[in-house]
Design a protein around this ligand. Structure first.
Ligand SMILES: Nc1nc2c(ncn2[C@@H]2O[C@H](COP(=O)(O)OP(=O)(O)OP(=O)(O)O)[C@@H](O)[C@H]2O)c(=O)[nH]1
Length: 320
């Protein structure tokens, strides 16, 4: 058994710059052999031809029978299982896997595949969801294609592309993205030129990471998008049992709205911090390092979802 291979999911609406980014990564990174799974909708896989010409050594698989978040689910699973077979029989080797989604894909179901499938989750460790956002067209896309909002909600790293076309007029837009997803790092990039060290820093699905969420101090939601996020902080400890009951209730009541959530929790009479993360209904938790004498224990929770009622959540946690 090899140690799990880090997986990056690259998402973003049509034309946002996913392939441009992928080409930059493949061309400039030197330390990893990267396998790529691309998903093209119903046309020739021109993108992958460009990629494979520039990077002969890469294993590139193009899925063309539909979108991997819906109709082509089984095809993605089969491809991953095939890669596992090739890895375990030493027919191939690579140290990172990148999946480029179609522009219309909701990444939620793709993420779930990596968290729920026994064999796939043994071989592959989801490292991060990278969402490309087209600074020129995203405000229109947010209004007309709601999947673009979900793509923001699932992101660990948001890359705002095409800022060269609008000069400095995107600061409010960046604030809007932070309002929608307070967990994700946000950077602007031009023509895919990503600082590759950002990839090494991604650990969106790690339970051991220290949450350090951005505060939401934005008074309104200027683009009237549905996806929102908020951070709840608390210094008093939670009772484990009542907290579990509250989470159960939230998962039932908001099952169609929750996208992602992550928390570090201070639990009464427990010396270690409890780490929790979830995507939609799937969640896992474990105890992390103990609180040290020099730090004041605290809880910090971030929720990202579709029109989540922030005040209702705050009240529910405060009342515990
Ligand atoms: N000016 C400018 N153009 C960009 C930038 N990033 C990408 N582009 C261009 O935008 C177009 C679409 O880029 P792609 O990388 O193909 O976008 P994509 O997200 O892979 O598109 P789909 O496969 O259709 O979903 C191409 O012509 C790119 O050259 C950028 O930062 N600035």
């Amino acid at each position: 058994m090899i140690s799990p291979i880090p997986v990056f999911i690259i998402t973003g609406f049509l034309g946002a710059g996913k392939t441009t980014l992928l080409n930059h990564i493949l061309y400039h990174q030197t330390t990893h052999k990267i396998a790529v799974i691309e998903n093209e909708l119903g046309n020739t896989a021109l993108d992958s031809i460009v990629l494979s010409q520039e990077n002969q050594s890469l294993h590139i698989k193009t899925l063309q029978n539909g979108c991997i978040c819906c109709s082509s689910h089984a095809e993605l699973e089969m491809t991953l299982l095939e890669l596992i077979n090739q890895l375990s029989t030493h027919q191939t080797e690579f140290s990172r896997l990148m999946i480029e989604c179609t522009g219309m894909a909701d990444p939620g179901s793709i993420i779930k595949k990596f968290l729920t499938h026994d064999l796939i989750s043994n071989y592959f460790q989801l490292q991060g969801v990278i969402t490309l956002v087209d600074a020129v067209n995203a405000p229109y896309q947010f209004q007309h294609f709601h999947v673009t909002q979900a793509q923001i909600g699932y992101a660990d790293l948001i890359l705002v592309s095409k800022t060269d076309l609008i000069q400095n007029r995107y600061q409010d837009f960046i604030k809007q993205l932070a309002y929608m997803n307070s967990r994700a790092k946000i950077h602007s990039i031009i023509n895919g030129r990503l600082d590759l060290t950002l990839l090494d820093q991604l650990n969106g699905f790690s339970l051991s990471s220290q949450p350090n969420f951005k505060c939401q101090e934005l008074p309104s939601n200027p683009l009237d998008t549905q996806v929102n996020s908020f951070v709840i902080r608390r210094s008093e400890p939670f009772e484990l049992q009542t907290l579990s009951l509250l989470f159960d209730k939230i998962l039932i009541n908001f099952k169609d709205q929750l996208l992602r959530y992550k928390a570090i929790l201070y639990i009464k009479d427990i010396p270690e911090r409890l780490l929790l993360q979830g995507i939609q209904q799937i969640h896992n938790s474990e105890f992390g390092s103990p609180w040290t004498g020099s730090e004041a224990p605290f809880s910090e929770l971030v929720f990202i979802g579709i029109a989540l009622p922030e005040q209702e959540f705050r009240k529910a946690f405060n009342d515990l």
